[in-house]
Design a protein around this ligand. Sequence first.
Ligand SMILES: NC(=O)c1ccc[n+]([C@@H]2O[C@H](COP(=O)([O-])OP(=O)(O)OC[C@H]3O[C@@H](n4cnc5c(N)ncnc54)[C@H](O)[C@@H]3O)[C@@H](O)[C@H]2O)c1
Length: 415
Amino acid sequence: MNYDIANPDLAEGGARRIAWAGRRMQVLETVRERFREERPLEGHVVAACLHVTAETANLMLALRDGGAEPILCASNPLSTQDDVAAALVADGIPVFAIRGEDDSTYYKHINAALDHAPAITMDDGADLATVLHTDRRDIEVIGSTEETTTGVIRLRAMAADGTLRVPVVAVNDSATKHLFDNHYGTGQSTLDGIIRASNILLAGQNIVVVGFGDCGRGVANRADGLGASVIVVEVDPVRALSAAMSGYRVMTASDAAEVGDVFITVTGNKHVLRMEHFNKMKDGAILANSGHFDIELDLASLRAESTGRRQVRDNLEEFDMPDGRRILLAAEGRLVNLGAAEGHPADVMDMSFTNQALAAEYLVVNQDTLEPKIYTLPSEIDDHVASIKLFHLGGGLETLTPDQKDYLSGWQQGT
Ligand SMILES: NC(=O)c1ccc[n+]([C@@H]2O[C@H](COP(=O)([O-])OP(=O)(O)OC[C@H]3O[C@@H](n4cnc5c(N)ncnc54)[C@H](O)[C@@H]3O)[C@@H](O)[C@H]2O)c1
């Protein structure tokens, strides 16, 4: 079997973590049980470009139970869990991913996954789809799936300018993905990453959250719960107002730069914090990014204009500024929750990856009618996923009486 990983000897520890994550992914397990019986993906190669984590490993195993031949490469150079990669390889699943790989190895690995001639591709950020639409137009696929906001934005841009040549299921657009993974997953794991990198007490700190979308709202909420004083920076007036009415201070990036202790970017945009902001920050300010790419912070300028730099802890680098201040950067400005922690907990990836597994099935079942467009999974799938998750959380779901159904579908009854 062809693969490229850091160290096959790490397999045992990786297998333990995969098993632990699997115990908390009950919705995916339900799908796996059906997949084992029905084998809806029989014979299809699935090339997945996802964060190589214990949760992703469980998705790979579910796809294999469904009859697919999964191949895995990384969707970020710094998010690979080498022990998980080793465990998957030991279990017969080809993986091309090494934590800390450089950009050229990263793309070599994407190409290696595509060399397996996949019928379906899965992305987190649309890097694989981009290669599929540029260097590897030789590969014909049934369709692709996309996990994250930034990837969906890139794919919609491809659709808008006529570049898109395959059907894409935007998994991020499913309610049981973005309302939970982006909010609760990013909210918790981002702070987990910052705490692991710095071990600072968040209580009493001014935490600046740049971007108040699904992710930013979750981060702000969790930081608030830990006793931080939350400041939000937003460009969208409605979201900024929503932040203000949630009790957070809302400021321009320029004003926030002067008072923040920790800055967290979650915009999906580029250079939302740059030299004009770094120049105003306090000595010891910490920068962390949890948006998809490492361009949310203008790191090239920070590196160029600093007079010295050193690693002060694992995943925490310190930069000397010309005026003597020090600025700290977590996880190289890459996704801090995956670079400095373990990414989202399995409990929430359960729903995201159930949607991924069902999206693969959706592409196979509907392959004759799908066009090169962006699709969202039917809302019945959201209801199904949410119901199973709720059941496992011990919740009960109320049902409408026939009389209530009539009332809600009629117009006659008023004041
Ligand atoms: N860390 C993770 O594990 C993880 C998980 C899910 C999504 N993401 C990524 O996080 C990013 C945000 O995702 P989301 O779902 O919250 O997106 P979203 O579109 O819901 O929210 C982004 C917000 O950022 C705001 N914004 C854009 N430019 C800005 C600027 N210059 N200053 C201030 N605000 C600005 C937008 O107005 C918007 O409200 C994306 O890149 C997404 O792919 C990361």
